[in-house]
Design a protein around this ligand. Structure first.
Ligand SMILES: Cc1ncc(COP(=O)(O)O)c(C=O)c1O
Length: 517
């Protein structure tokens, strides 16, 4: 690319950017970064034009290195202790339930990751509606976690609750189809462009079954994932890169085999590495989020998926788009928004407003290839199944959600809310000269402790700061705002309001002021 492009268009665009705002420059910098690097000897940085780093139109912000604020760790620890004491004092009933839970629940929680919430114990929920919930101590919270996308619809949308209650009275599970399944399959066709659909209870299962299908029809053993991906509890995906080689991911509990045997791992946005991995011709499928979301938001470079798609075809691997989180981008996820062309697609969590259910879809070609290999006599024992999969209750919830809640009109309302969240956070980052940035993908917003938006999982993980993250989460929680426990993600629902967002901005401003003053 660098030979074909002179610097003059870049400089011209920079001039245009001075008046047009930073968003144009983001595109320009992506397109011309190689040329810029050749001539100037280093990567393009938005901070090269200081006043642009202050543009309110910026997709993201890069503070000039000379003015970056560093966090005083001693102060952070003192503030954290103060917030921890406040948390315990404010939540006596949750504390008592947690103490009682020690004798019946392993580690005192229904699921091990619930221990990871900021604070000495998880708060126990009493009830929720829309974008708010109340805990057993009677405190009200604005919920930006929204069940880590499970409740991106807002909690218990009335129309879904009614459909679920109706269905619950008329039979929940049969091992037989209901008409809702057809309605949902037809809607998924319209949203994502793939013709055939199946249902599971979790996105993890949808991923696992898609991988099985890919292995079966390609007769290949390996899958390819991106460094620091997360696709649910899929054994093969707990693999990372360590000094350029595949290694089990830290914390991987009781792996059935070393993932080196099952998995190739490459960095996102690195087409050369992708091609080198696919060249072995042993990769059944690439399992990918179109934009990475589980290690902060990482957007694909311009043209990345077009070339990755071509590479997958060239080397005979299937491309599986896991849209479980990236459904935040549009009613048809990134697949519809960016006109991607996956062979298979996964969508779970919020598809039934949090009633367990997920789906995987496939192309005509995949459908033909797999149908030819599944024999009637064995179709209940082939490793793809689940007694409750495709049950009537899940399908009723999915239909009500897709028909009435996750509509195009809802996305039109939610996306500007995420933009408002971003603008608020960006303003404070800038005001305190913090070397952080904030990114948006549709209705999802996230800040990371990196000066520049990371381009891959390795860069993003390197910027993680567990104690800083916990402090900010606890600070927010103590003031009635819930963020996701595992990173700094905020999700908008159809019920989220501008006042909810402004409340977050206000406390983010207060927290960063306390940290940096
Ligand atoms: C991208 C992605 N895919 C799949 C899953 C698995 O979803 P579940 O835990 O509901 O099976 C997750 C969970 O966080 C996810 O982030």
């Amino acid at each position: 690319m660098s030979e074909a492009i002179s610097l003059s268009p870049l400089l011209g665009a920079v001039e245009a950017g001075r008046t047009a705002g930073c968003a144009d420059l983001v595109t320009v910098s992506r397109q011309y970064s190689a040329a810029y690097q050749d001539v100037v000897g280093r990567q393009w940085e938005t901070g090269d034009i200081p006043h642009l780093a202050h543009s309110p139109h910026c997709d993201y912000l890069v503070s000039s290195k000379s003015t970056m604020t560093t966090i005083d760790r001693k102060k952070l620890h003192t503030l954290h202790e103060r917030e921890s004491s406040r948390f315990v004092a404010d939540h006596p009933k949750s504390a008592a339930l947690y103490a009682r839970a020690q004798s019946s629940l392993l580690s005192g929680v229904p699921m091990n990751w619930m221990k990871k919430w900021a604070g000495a114990f998880p708060i126990f929920v009493k009830s929720a509606n829309g974008a708010h919930f109340t805990d057993v101590d009677g405190r009200d919270y604005i919920d930006f976690c929204l069940g880590d996308t499970g409740a991106m619809t807002g909690h218990s949308p009335a129309i879904v609750a009614e459909a679920v209650a109706r269905r619950a009275k008329e039979g929940i599970t049969f091992m037989l189809p209901t008409e809702d399944a057809l309605w949902v399959g037809e809607d998924l066709q319209r949203r994502f462009g793939l013709p055939y659909w199946q249902f599971t209870l979790t996105a993890t299962d949808a991923n696992r079954f898609s991988i099985r299908i890919a292995r079966e029809i390609t007769e290949r053993s390996k899958i390819l994932v991106f460094h620091y991906c997360y696709h649910g509890t899929v054994d093969e995906s707990f693999a990372t890169l360590e000094n350029g080689s595949v290694a089990p991911r830290r914390g991987n509990i009781g792996p059935p085999v070393n993932p080196v045997e099952t998995t190739r791992v490459v960095e996102f946005n690195d087409l050369n590495a992708l091609e080198a991995a696919l060249k072995h011709r042993d990769v059944a499928c690439i399992l990918a989020e179109p934009a990475m979301t589980n290690v902060g938001i990482i957007l694909p470079d311009d043209g990345y998926w077009k070339f990755a798609r071509e590479l997958a075809r060239r080397y005979g691997s299937l491309l599986i788009a896991d849209e479980t989180h990236t459904i935040c981008a549009s009613p048809g996820g990134c697949t519809a928004e960016w006109k991607l062309d996956p062979d298979m697609l996964i969508f779970g969590k919020t598809i039934g407003s949090g009633i367990p259910g997920a789906t995987y879809g496939c192309s005509e070609e995949v459908a033909q290839r797999i149908s030819a290999r599944i024999h009637l006599e064995d179709c209940d024992v082939g490793g793809i199944g689940g007694t409750l999969a495709g049950n009537a209750l899940s399908l009723a919830a999915m239909r009500a959600t897709l028909e009435h809640v996750l509509t195009a009109a809802a996305f039109e309302r939610m996306i500007p809310l995420a933009q408002r969240f971003n603008n608020g956070v960006a303003t404070e980052i800038r005001a305190h000269h913090l070397p952080w940035n904030v990114m948006q993908l549709g209705v999802r917003a996230e800040y990371t402790f990196a000066a520049k938006p990371p381009r891959n999982g390795g860069e993003s993980a390197a910027a993680a700061d567990f104690e800083l993250e916990r402090f900010l989460h606890l600070y927010a929680l103590n003031r009635g705002v819930l963020l996701t426990p595992f990173h700094n993600m905020a999700l908008m629902s159809p019920a989220t309001t501008e006042a909810d967002i402004d409340a977050h901005t206000k406390l983010f401003a207060a927290a960063t002021r306390e940290l940096t003053s």
